[in-house]
Design a protein around this ligand. Structure first.
Ligand code: M6R
Length: 614
């Protein structure tokens, strides 16, 4: 999510760090900073100088024109906020004592660690989880300076749970840069008399093509003349460097042809990050970052959103009503704001927005708030306008979404809605502890199943080529799969420019059936579960009119092959979780059809990533 770059060598490092950060700018920004080991005037020892500020890299560069640190060891960071709003204080690097840290990821147990450290007299200067890591390493280094920075980092990380890619430097150990990785990407670049570390290849590509990727739970010590890798137990690890052949543009996309495809692939990781620290099988519960929803007082929940986020809201209605038996109303934000909605004190509105900047959604939030309602949101961009206008926000942690067509933002919104449904269900007594624990277990297994579906891309690509010439598509689904049909149709039309409509399968005979003929592909989402038989009988109606059926069905389904022309078989999941899986083949289908047609997939015509006008 955040961008990281580090350097140790003989060259002046500030320009290298700034250039590296510029190459990571596509990841999005809310603040940026660097830390450089420089020799203080009249001193022989080196001191770390940190320069950081809120906003884009340009703000940092402006600060650096006044006072540019000079030194040959340093690190830089661009932040995508997760804990703590974007501000100068929350910008990385975080320094405590002699230790400075930059971090990408989420420290799950940071509240517990922060409390422990506070008990030992530590005081904090930011709201971030990252600062905890600087305190822990500094404590280790102070207690036993002779162990060195790498060992102090290893000992500190033994206390940390969660996802991290970190780079650490200390003015007590000026000849090393230490870096560690767990579930967040990190690449080491090998130069002549200099070495690099970065969250992404583009940051180091102008300097070297010889790289090593760190694996989970590994720590590396970078010196000017070499790199040593160990695991968390302290055992040495042998890793052979390899040559990267990517161009700079390919590297930004991590080798994927488009950001959209990269983001489809990132969904397992993104859902894992959304669940991180928020679900517990032992407690059979879901926590919502301090949001307490009480079903006893919650008469009704109103969900509002636009586009893909609206489709997430439609799924959310099913989930919350079925799991928690709390009535849910869903509305398009653009409609809601103009219909003088009946909402006031005691009512709760939940807005859903990836960007947190959508004008219609923001206006609807303000309207509900002005009328006295409690306003909450599910958002991806921390501290964007909608979360700022709301009383509380639940962030999805999907990371920056660059492709205009929303993919990982959608699945993480669904994950956040499942969390809300579990939270409410446990408190309303409609979800037993056993059922909640089982649902959470299945929930945690989803990322692996998503990866499994992404492995079906070659089959989906063949289907895309076979049907990519069609002028119109119909998408059908029932229950929670109806919004998925809407989402599949939206994805296809926005990036391939093919006309597509999503329909509730039971509504087909009330109109759209008139469109069906041998030229019309009908994509049906029909996993095993509630409504399966009903959709199967809708399909016989399509077949009777010679429609071409592309089915997304559950592995092991013995009947679907007899009626559908193409069958995409996906792993089984409990009904509330199935939408997180069924949407993935539809995203891939839209992507491969658009790719086949050669459209501008990441920036389709007439569209913008965040719609900040009415
Ligand atoms: O940032 P938001 O979630 O508020 O954006 C809402 C819609 O503009 C957005 O989902 C749009 O429909 C996407 N292009 C869909 O892929």
């Amino acid at each position: 999510m955040c961008g990281i770059v580090g350097y140790i060598g003989e060259r002046e490092c500030t320009p290298i760090l700034i250039e590296g950060l510029r190459r990571l700018e596509y990841r999005g920004y809310d603040s940026a900073g660097i830390a450089v080991l420089e020799s203080a005037a009249g001193e022989s020892s080196l001191l770390t100088r940190v320069v950081r500020c809120r906003g884009k890299l340009a703000n940092l560069e402006a600060l650096l024109t006044e006072a540019r640190p000079t030194g040959r060891v340093g690190m830089g960071h661009t932040r995508w906020a997760t804990h703590g709003r974007p501000s100068d204080e929350n910008a990385h690097p975080h320094k405590h004592g002699s230790v400075s840290v930059v971090h990408n990821g989420i420290i799950e147990n940071y509240l517990a660690l922060r409390a422990e450290l506070a008990g030992r007299g530590h005081r904090f200067s930011s709201e971030t989880d990252t600062e905890i890591v600087a305190h822990l390493i500094d404590e280790e280094l102070k207690a036993q300076p002779q162990v060195g920075l790498r060992e102090a980092t290893r000992r500190a990380l033994g206390k940390v749970q969660g996802a991290y890619a970190i780079v650490v430097l200390s003015d007590r150990t000026p000849d090393v840069l230490v870096t560690a990785k767990n579930a967040s990407p990190l690449v080491l670049g090998l130069g002549e008399g200099e070495n690099f570390v970065a969250s992404d290849v583009p940051a180091i590509l102008p300097h070297t093509k010889r790289v090593m990727f760190l694996e989970e739970g590994e720590i590396a010590e970078l010196r000017r003349d070499g790199i040593q890798v160990i695991d968390l137990a302290g055992r040495p690890v042998r890793r052979e460097p390899r040559l990267i052949e990517w161009s700079a543009v390919m590297a930004e996309k991590a080798g994927f042809k488009h950001f959209m495809l990269k983001e489809i692939h990132e969904q397992g990781r993104a859902v894992t990050d959304t669940l991180r620290g928020r679900v517990s099988i032992e407690q059979a519960d879901a926590l919502l970052d301090g949001i307490e929803l009480d079903p006893q007082t919650l008469k009704k929940l109103t969900l509002i959103a636009c586009g893909t986020s609206y489709h997430a809201g439609l799924v959310g209605k099913f989930l919350i009503e079925q799991i928690a038996r709390v009535p849910v109303e869903v509305d398009l934000a653009s409609e809601y704001r103009y219909r003088d909605p009946i909402i006031g004190p005691g009512d709760t509105l939940l807005a859903i927005s990836q960007s947190g900047e959508t004008a219609d959604t923001l206006a609807a939030v303000k309207e509900a708030k002005a009328k006295g309602a409690q306003v909450l949101c599910i958002a991806n961009v921390v501290d964007s306008s909608i979360p700022r206008a709301c009383h509380h926000a639940l962030y999805t942690h999907a990371g920056p979404e660059i492709g205009v067509a929303s993919t990982k933002a959608f699945t993480t919104q669904l994950a956040a809605l499942v969390l809300i449904a579990i939270h409410l269900g446990r408190r309303s007594g409609t979800l037993s502890s056993n059922a909640a624990a089982e649902l959470i277990r299945e929930f945690m297994a989803l990322p692996q199943k998503m990866a499994d579906i992404i492995g079906l891309a070659p089959q989906i690509q063949v289907i895309a080529r076979r049907y990519g010439h069609a002028r119109d598509f119909l998408f059908l689904g029932r229950g929670t799969q109806y919004p998925i049909a809407l989402e599949g149709a939206l994805k296809l039309k926005e990036i391939s420019y093919i006309h597509a409509e999503g329909y509730a399968a039971g509504e087909m005979k009330h109109g759209p059936i008139a469109l069906i003929d041998a030229e019309m592909p009908v994509v049906v989402v029909v996993p095993k579960g509630p409504g399966y038989e009903k959709v199967m009988s809708n399909l016989t109606e399509v077949k009777a009119r010679e429609g071409k059926i592309i089915a997304v069905a559950t592995r092991g389904d013995q009947d679907i092959g007899a009626i559908a022309d193409e069958v995409i078989l996906i792993p089984e999941a409990p009904a509330p979780l199935a939408p997180l899986l069924t949407v993935v083949p539809l995203q891939l289908l839209a992507y491969h059809i658009a790719d086949f047609k050669g459209t501008d997939i990441d920036q389709p015509r007439n569209l913008a990533k965040s719609v900040t006008v009415e």
